[in-house]
Design a protein around this ligand. Structure first.
Ligand code: RNT
Ligand code: ZN
Length: 422
């Protein structure tokens, strides 16, 4: 696209928005402050690098498709991520899973992992100038094969997973310390039953005990914070999930830790966008796992749909963006994985930009005046304001491809790099 045309379209858009009292420059400045926590696991179908030749993900997590070219090594995953970061505006973070450790080819059990197994990630993050987030990995493991981890009836298995989670907090803290950017370590466990349980109480009681032991050691919140993530159900875990939303909401509130809300983990008509203003009063912060639920799958590539826009509006309107972290959580193995990342990231940023361009004060004013007619009229009218011209200009200003031009870069990368992978 012609640069002068992008600038001209932006100038027109700037004026249109100004007539609503919206400062487009300010909106772009604020968007530049947002760092998404980009999930590493889109790049290799949640495989990880514990053993040569990625394991098939377990614990109700399923990446489907066999699009060629997935990252087989840490070096390949980093190369892919650098490509992704070059195609999206802004400076973002990377969320790692414990199973993405760098063990130099020597297997290390999960209860034995140490910060040194992530030192090469930390060095790489420092080199490219990004922060890191972390996740303990409670799935795709023989000790999780029967569907229970931290709530397992066998104390020895619980001990194993508790040790894993404690190790992960220490690793997360080390990431935050070395990078000078607060690392959030997230706990999600698959625990649950396929069919109707008799005892719904025991596993939850055991989970509380395990979590309390995991979080016992205090860590300076300026370098590291903890979060827990609930879920409604998983494939093969349809009847009962130990760590349900209510369970973790209560846990996070009572223990003063962050709550992770995954947009794919609720009843289909329930919306996470409505939950932010209900929950943030009671927890130190909310971590979002932005995803796209489609029927029984919770992890389709994020697109600019109504719910993503509603979520972005609520984040921006809250005025509390420092206490809401935006992580991504999707995995699609049926399309080019770099493209999947880029589509999800760019869509999330677009949604945030649209929200930042909202004439919120005017809308609130109408609402307070009980002029619901004006409120609805304005909400409909602003949907078609030229936000895309601001987005294009923002990409141009940030030296990343404008419009679909990023796809050509991905296709070229596919030809030159991905297609060479066996
Ligand atoms: C699973 C959870 C969890 C995982 C990642 C890989 O349902 O959403 O966050 O997707 O940790
Ligand atoms: Zn998630």
């Amino acid at each position: 696209m012609d640069e002068s045309k992008i600038r001209a379209a932006y100038e027109q858009a700037r004026e249109r928005y100004a007539s609503y009292g919206v400062d487009t420059e300010r909106a772009m400045e604020r968007l530049a402050q947002v760092s998404l926590s980009v999930h590493c696991w889109q790049g290799d179908d949640v495989g990880g690098f514990e053993t040569a030749g990625a394991e098939l993900a377990g614990g109700g997590i399923q990446a489907t498709g066999n699009y060629p070219g997935k990252a087989r090594t840490i070096a390949e995953l980093r190369q892919d991520l650098e490509k992704v970061f070059s195609l999206v505006p802004g400076r973002h973070r990377l969320a790692l899973h414990a199973s993405y450790l760098d063990n130099s080819g020597v297997f290390v059990e999960r209860d034995r992992i140490e910060p040194r197994h992530f030192q090469s990630w930390i060095d790489w993050a420092k080199q490219i100038g990004i922060g890191l987030d972390f996740n303990s990995t409670f799935f795709s493991h023989p000790k999780a094969a029967d569907g229970f981890t931290l709530s397992h009836p066998d104390p020895a298995i619980r001990e194993f997973w508790i040790a894993h989670a404690i190790a992960c907090r220490r690793i997360g803290a080390e990431m935050g310390r070395q990078l000078g950017s607060t690392t959030l370590t997230n706990v999600w466990i698959p625990d649950g039953y396929k069919d109707l349980p008799v005892d719904r109480w025991g596993p939850r009681e055991r989970l509380i005990e395990s979590l309390d032991r995991i979080f016992a050691e205090p860590i300076d919140p300026s370098i590291h914070v903890d979060a827990v993530e609930g879920k409604l159900f998983g494939i093969g875990f349809e009847s009962y999930t130990v760590g349900s939303h209510e369970f973790y909401l209560g846990y996070a509130v009572s223990r003063k830790i962050w709550l992770t809300l995954d947009t794919g983990h609720f009843h289909p008509t329930e919306q996470v966008s409505d939950k932010l203003s209900a929950v943030l009063w009671y927890v130190p912060g909310i971590m979002l796992h932005v995803s796209r639920p489609v029927r029984w799958d919770s992890d389709h590539v994020v697109i600019l749909d109504d719910e993503l826009q509603a979520l972005a509006r609520e984040i921006v309107r809250s005025g509390k963006m420092d206490r809401i972290r935006i992580g991504l959580d999707f995995f699609d193995a049926s399309i080019n994985r770099i493209a999947a990342w880029v589509i999800g990231i760019r869509s999330t940023l677009k949604a945030l930009l649209i929200a930042l361009l909202e004439p919120t004060d005017r809308l609130k004013e109408a609402e307070l005046q009980r002029d619901y007619t004006a409120r609805l009229a304005m909400l409909e009218e602003i949907k078609t304001l030229p936000w895309a011209a601001v987005w294009d200009y923002y990409c141009l200003r940030n030296d990343v491809p404008v419009g679909l031009a990023w796809l050509d870069v991905v296709k070229q990368y596919e030809r030159e790099v991905l297609s060479q992978r066996g």
